[in-house]
Design a protein around this ligand. Structure first.
Ligand SMILES: Cc1cc2nc3c(=O)[nH]c(=O)nc-3n(C[C@H](O)[C@H](O)[C@H](O)COP(=O)(O)OP(=O)(O)OC[C@H]3O[C@@H](n4cnc5c(N)ncnc54)[C@H](O)[C@@H]3O)c2cc1C
Length: 333
């Protein structure tokens, strides 16, 4: 196969299921973009005993993986990973680098961009290629009230961090072949300025909401904290998770990590219930990948009702209670 002139790199953030999903979503979008600029899609994997992830990334669309596998890389280290990546980038010259906007990605990518003296668009919610073949990076600006499109005409590589849930991963293909480039650990790496004393995995709700196939989302129209809490019962019966709009989070009816929308979380459930939500653009930006939407609202003209596959004009609290009762009855019988 002819060598491609350009390459798009995706930083492999594999620490747990959630972070790995972002990487897979980016590999998927990188494949779309690669077709537009005739580029190859590569992933990088740094760590120790990482074969599983290398295979996973090839199965999800990476045609080449740069792997640095060494006991010294057992734990994530911003200092070391940035230097390693910088050297690889200088050696191989990728056109584009994509990093998941995870807490690590948000720490890692700006430092890398600084060392490479290039630009970085943080927290993108869209990626495309324009007529000049430049990466168009869509990101919220001015506190999320505007979406802005950014290109990097001169500096290379073009770099972006991308929010989880914006793109859909492509189904894995374990028959896919990919090239593995083993990168030795340089012996002149800087010491890590941070010493890891211990680490403990915290069960993350965020992860569950982003990956849930059923989400029950509630808005101000639920009327009170007490009524809103019924949505948790409905989600439990349906085996789903609860999401919320901003006013609900501000009113402390739901935790911050339940917020859905452009300011925070993009979700892609197969079925989305939307109770008492008007459908403001800042909220619907986070649900555009939802499959089937059932909305309940007193106002038939609410934007959310227009967007729904099934729109029920009724009191949200009453429909929620009735649904719980009916579903429980069916489970019992
Ligand atoms: C910079 C910025 C960023 C933002 N980011 C986000 C974000 O990430 N996520 C987000 O959600 N919002 C965000 N917002 C807020 C957003 O603009 C909306 O204000 C918010 O989504 C509205 O929430 P809501 O639908 O719960 O409330 P409302 O807009 O007040 O809608 C309540 C709905 O409930 C219906 N209703 C009332 N009573 C009942 C009843 N008894 N039964 C059934 N229906 C009823 C009403 O008809 C109405 O449609 C942001 C705003 C700004 C300015």
């Amino acid at each position: 196969m002819a060598e491609k002139k350009h390459s798009i790199w995706v930083f492999g953030d594999y620490r747990n299921y959630f972070q790995n999903r972002v990487t897979l979503q980016l590999l998927s979008r990188a494949n779309d973009l690669a077709k537009m600029i005739d580029a190859e899609v590569c992933a990088t994997v740094f760590g120790h005993e990482v074969d599983e992830w290398v295979g996973e990334y090839i199965a999800h669309g990476a045609s080449k993986v740069y792997v640095c596998d060494h006991p010294a890389l057992t734990f994530y280290s911003t200092d070391i990973y940035v230097v390693l990546m910088e050297r690889l980038v200088r050696q191989y010259g990728p056109e584009i680098i994509l990093v998941g906007a995870t807490s690590f990605g948000r720490e890692f990518a700006p430092r890398l961009a600084k060392r490479l003296k290039t630009g970085l668009t943080a927290d993108c919610v869209g990626l495309d290629i324009n007529d000049e073949g430049l990466l168009v990076q869509t990101a919220p600006a001015f506190g999320g009230s505007l979406l802005t499109r950014i290109v990097t005409p001169e500096k290379r590589p073009q770099m972006a961090t991308v929010r989880p849930g914006v793109f859909q991963e492509i189904p894995h293909n374990y028959q896919a072949a990919g090239e593995i480039v083993n990168v030795p650990l340089p012996d002149d790496l800087p010491g890590d300025r941070i010493r890891l004393v211990s680490s403990e995995r915290q069960a993350a709700r965020e992860q569950k909401l982003g990956d849930a196939s059923v989400v029950v989302c509630g808005g101000r129209g639920m009327g009170s904290r007490k009524k809103f809490r019924n949505l948790y019962e409905l989600a439990r019966v349906l085996g789903g998770e609860v999401g919320a709009t901003r006013p609900v989070v501000y009113a402390k009816w739901a935790d911050e990590d339940a917020l859905v929308g452009q300011a925070d979380k993009h979700i892609s459930p197969k079925v989305l219930f939307s109770f008492g939500i008007s459908g403001a653009i800042q909220h619907t930006a986070g649900i555009k990948n939802a499959g089937f939407i059932i909305a309940v609202n007193k106002n038939p003209n609410a934007a959310m009702m227009k967007m729904a596959d099934v729109a029920i004009v009724a009191d949200a609290g009453q429909v929620c209670t009735a649904l719980i009762r009916e579903l429980k009855k069916r489970i019992r019988s």
